[in-house]
Design a protein around this ligand. Sequence first.
Ligand SMILES: Cc1cc2nc3c(=O)[nH]c(=O)nc-3n(C[C@H](O)[C@H](O)[C@H](O)COP(=O)(O)OP(=O)(O)OC[C@H]3O[C@@H](n4cnc5c(N)ncnc54)[C@H](O)[C@@H]3O)c2cc1C
Length: 421
Amino acid sequence: MTPVQSFPKTDAEVIIIGAGPAGTIAAFELAKQGISVLILEKAIFPRYKVCGAGLTHKILCEIPFDLSPVFETTINTICFSTGLKEVFTRTSPDPIIYCSMREKLDAFLLSQAVAAGARVIHGVHAQDVKQSINQVEVITRTGSYRSKLLIGADGASSMVARVSGLRDNLLPGLAWEAEIKTNSDAINRFSNTVFLDWGSFPGGYGWVFPKKDHFSVGVGGPAHLSKWMMLYYQQFMNYFMDGLQNFSSSIPHYETSSLKSWPIPVRVKKSRFINDKVVVVGDAGGLTDPLTGEGIYYAIRSGKLAAEACSDYLQGKSSKMDQYSLSVNEALMTELLEANRIRYLFNTVPGKIHHFVRDSDRAWRAFGKVLRGERWYADVRRGFGKWRILWGTACRISKQISDRKERKFLRNGKIRTITSS
Ligand SMILES: Cc1cc2nc3c(=O)[nH]c(=O)nc-3n(C[C@H](O)[C@H](O)[C@H](O)COP(=O)(O)OP(=O)(O)OC[C@H]3O[C@@H](n4cnc5c(N)ncnc54)[C@H](O)[C@@H]3O)c2cc1C
C-alpha cells in the first residue's frame, strides 16, 4: 500500500490530523477540488485498528468510488439474542452490511485521497495546535506545520478536540474486540451472518462479524460499566463457540489475537464542532451512533461536510467556518439524538423490542432499511404523525427508567446472562 513518504516541512491550505475514514474522505474531497491538503498520521500504514469494520450499506451512497475491493464478506442475515438467549435469525433480501478489516479499508481510502492529490506524512505525532489571526500551526516532536485551516480527524482521544475546547457533551463509551481464528467450515457457514446480542446489561451489546478467514468478536457499552465488559465478553465467546458446536462434532478449536479495548465517544447534545479555523470530524467530534456504536458512516459524512465548509471558506463563498457546526448539528446530530432516545427506550424494555423484531416483519424490515439508509431513526418519530408528542413523552420517561436501571445495575451489577430477568 501507500509507501511511507518522507516529505519536507511544508505549508498547505488545509492540514488534516489523522488518516482514518474521516480524515481521508475530507482529504479526498478537498484534493479533487485542487485545494492543497497535507495529512499528518502518527501510524505507519497499513496498520491494525481495533474495530469491527462493519460497513452499513448506507455508506455506499456516500463514497464517490467503488469500495468493494475491501469487502471481505457481505451480510444479509442477523442472528439476534438477548441475554445470550431467545435466539432467532432474520434474513434480508438485500445486503445490509459489508465486513472489512480496518488496515485494508483505511489504506484503501488513503490511497484514493493520495491519488486525488493529497499529501501524507506517516509517523508524525501531532502534539499541539496553535491558532493565530491567519494561520494554524501544528506542533509535532520533529517540527511544526502551518496551514490556513485544520481538520482534527484524530479519533476518539482527539488532541485537537481537547486543545480547541471541543470536547463538551460527550458520553464515554468503550468496546473490547478480538480476532478469532477457528475452523474454516464454521467461518464459511456463517460468512453472511452477523451475531448480535443486546440487552444483557444496560446499554451493552455484543457482536460477531465474519471476515474472510476469521471472526471479529466484540462487546461494548457505556464506559462506566467497563468493569462488567470482560465478564460479558467471556460469556459471549462461550455462547458463540457453543453455537458453532452445532455445526461440528466438538466445540471448535479457536485462537484469539489482538484482544484490545478502545473508547467510543458519543456526543449527546448539539454542540460546537469548530473553534475559529479548527474543526473536528468523526470520533474526534464524538459522532458515533449511541445505539450501535457505528462510527464509520458518521466519520465519512462529517469528513465530507468539513471539506465542503473548508472549500467554501477558501474560495471566499463564506467568511466564517461556522457553517460546519450548523450542518453537523442539522444533518448528523438530529439523527444521532434520535438514536439516543431509542437507546433509552431499548434499555427500558429490551425484551419487548427483541420480541418485536422477532415477531413483526414490519419491524425487521424497518431495521434493515435503517442499515441500508432507506429509512432514518428520525422516521420513527415522524411515523407517529400528530401523536408525535406521545413519542417524545415515552422517550423522556424511558430515559428516567433507563438511568434508574443503570444505577441499580452499578449497585448490584448482574449481567442478564448470569441471572436471567
Ligand atoms: C471495538 C470497536 C469496534 C467498532 N466497530 C465498528 C463497526 O463495526 N462499524 C463502524 O461503523 N464503527 C465501528 N466502530 C467505531 C469506529 O471505529 C470509529 O467510529 C471510526 O474509526 C472513526 O473514524 P475516524 O476517522 O474519526 O477516527 P479513527 O479511525 O480513529 O482514525 C484516527 C486516526 O488518527 C490518527 N491519530 C490519532 N492521534 C493522532 C495524532 N496526535 N497525530 C497524528 N495522527 C493521529 C490515528 O493513528 C488514526 O489513524 C468501532 C469502534 C470500536 C472501539
